[in-house]
Design a protein around this ligand. Structure first.
Ligand code: RB5
Length: 151
């Protein structure tokens, strides 16, 4: 079973804990990179920690949560090899896997209710990258990320 890295700031703490229980119930292994309480922290510390764990191959995928999902997705996306998608409904989450091969899902605890967040997570985890012409586009992102503008 896949290993999922989890991370959140204070605003996402309760949803992260909720999702940890959900993922464990589905049979996933979970590595929790914090935060460990609702005390105020900075979302980049957790978005980057999850991104690095996924980028290094220590975890298969990551799920990060902040108030909106935006700050923590921006942070995770600074890590090489990370394609983090901030999603507030299941359709985008599924397509972020199928077309963009997203390896981190970002959620906003102030945007989505916990039950709906679980639906988004399930749609994301169940979807598979479709490869084909989508691979060329992912490759272009990786090429730019490696310092080659490719033009
Ligand atoms: C924290 O108040 C909030 O700014 C953070 O959780 C997130 O929404 C930032 O993008």
């Amino acid at each position: 079973m896949e290993v999922i890295a989890l991370g959140s700031d204070h605003a996402g703490f309760h949803l992260k804990e909720n999702l940890k229980e959900y993922l464990t119930g589905l049979g996933y292994k979970v590595r929790d990179f914090g935060t460990g309480s609702p005390d105020r922290v900075d979302y980049p510390d957790f978005g980057i920690a999850v991104g690095e764990a996924v980028s290094r191959g220590e975890c298969d995928k990551g799920i990060v949560v902040c108030g909106t999902g935006i700050g923590i997705s921006i942070s995770a996306n600074k890590v090489k090899g990370i394609r983090a998608a901030a999603c507030s409904e299941p359709f985008s989450a599924r397509l972020s896997r199928e077309h963009n091969n997203s390896n981190v899902l970002a959620l906003g605890a102030r945007i989505v209710a916990p039950e709906y967040a679980r639906c988004i997570v399930k749609a994301w985890l169940d979807a598979k990258f479709q490869e084909g012409h989508h691979s060329r586009r992912i490759q272009k992102i990786a090429q730019y990320e490696s310092g080659d503008p490719g033009k």
